[in-house]
Design a protein around this ligand. Structure first.
Ligand SMILES: CSCCC(=O)C(=O)COP(=O)(O)O
Ligand SMILES: [Mg+2]
Length: 239
C-alpha cells in the first residue's frame, strides 16, 4: 500500500531504516571492537577521546584512573548489549571515520533507499539525519557507499549529543529549531523504532515506521503510527 504524505523536511534514522541492523552490529561494531584500545592509547591529546574515556569511567562507575583495558571492557559490553551511549558513539565514530577514509569500510543501504532519497531531493524536499551514531560517524558513513558519496544529500545531521535522546520529545523540538523552525507538521520522521516515533509525534511531527522484512522491529507494535516495509511505498509531495 502507498502512503501519501506532504512535508518540507524528511528526517531519517539510520540503523533499520536506511541500512540493515547487521551492517551496524556486525560490520561496523566488529571494525571498531579491536581498534578501541589502540585508538584510546594513541590519541591521549585529543579532547574528544579523553572526554569520552572520562565519561565511560563515570557512567560505568570505574575509578577516575581506570586503565584503558578496563574502559575497553566496558565499551565491549555496551556494544554487546547495543547500548547507544554517547561516549561509545563518539569513539566508534572516530574509528569509523578513519575506516571509511581508508576505504576499509563501505556503507550499503536497502535497495529502495538511494532511489527514494534522489527522488525526494529532486522534488525539493530537504533531508536530514537523526541517529544514535555520532555526527562524525554519520557523515563518514555517507562518504563511501556502494552508491557513491551521499554526503551532499543531507542538509543537517543530529545525534544524541547535539539533539538529545531519540526517545524524548524535547530532542525533536531541538532538531526542529536546528532546521530553522519549520512548522512541526512540515517535518516527517522515518524510523524503525516505535518509541522514537512516539517521541517525534509528541513534538508534533509526522511519522512513519519502517517495518522492514527480517529486521528486528519488523513485527513490533507500532500502535497508531503508519508503517511501510520499504521507501518505495512512500509518496511524498513537497509542502
Ligand atoms: C555510521 S552511523 C552508525 C549508526 C550507529 O552507530 C547506531 O547506533 C545507529 O543507531 P540508529 O539511531 O541510527 O538506529
Ligand atoms: Mg533505527
Amino acid at each position: 500500500m502507498t502512503e501519501q504524505l506532504t512535508t518540507r523536511w524528511v528526517v531519517l534514522d539510520i540503523e533499520g531504516t536506511l541500512t540493515a541492523t547487521s551492517q551496524v552490529h556486525v560490520v561496523l561494531y566488529d571494525y571498531a571492537r579491536p581498534r578501541l584500545g589502540p585508538w584510546i592509547d594513541e590519541h591521549p591529546e585529543d579532547p574528544r577521546v579523553t572526554e569520552a574515556v572520562d565519561a565511560v569511567r563515570a557512567e560505568a562507575g570505574l575509578p577516575a584512573d581506570a586503565s584503558t583495558e578496563e574502559v575497553v571492557r566496558v565499551l565491549h559490553s555496551w556494544m554487546d548489549e547495543d547500548k547507544k551511549a554517547a561516549p561509545l558513539k563518539t569513539l566508534q565514530g572516530l574509528i569509523w571515520e578513519q575506516g571509511y577514509a581508508r576505504g576499509e569500510l563501505t556503507s550499503e543501504y536497502f535497495p529502495d533507499v538511494v532511489p527514494a532519497l534522489k527522488a525526494w531531493r529532486e522534488r525539493g524536499l530537504a533531508l536530514a539525519v537523526f541517529s544514535s551514531g555520532s555526527v562524525a560517524g554519520q557523515i563518514a558513513s555517507f562518504s563511501n557507499t556502494t552508491e557513491g558519496d551521499l554526503r551532499p544529500f543531507f542538509r543537517h545531521h543530529f545525534d544524541t549529543v547535539n539533539a538529545g535522546p531519540k526517545r524524548e520529545a524535547a530532542s525533536y523540538h531541538a532538531i526542529a529549531h536546528g532546521l530553522g523552525d519549520p512548522l512541526p507538521s512540515e517535518i516527517l520522521f522515518l524510523s524503525d523504532v516505535p518509541a522514537e516515533l512516539d517521541a517525534a509525534k509528541t513534538a508534533g511531527w509526522q511519522v512513519v515506521g519502517l517495518a522492514r522484512p527480517g529486521e528486528p522491529y519488523e513485527k513490533a507494535d507500532f500502535g497508531l503510527h503508519r508503517t511501510v516495509a520499504s521507501f518505495a511505498e512512500l509518496e511524498i509531495d513537497p509542502a
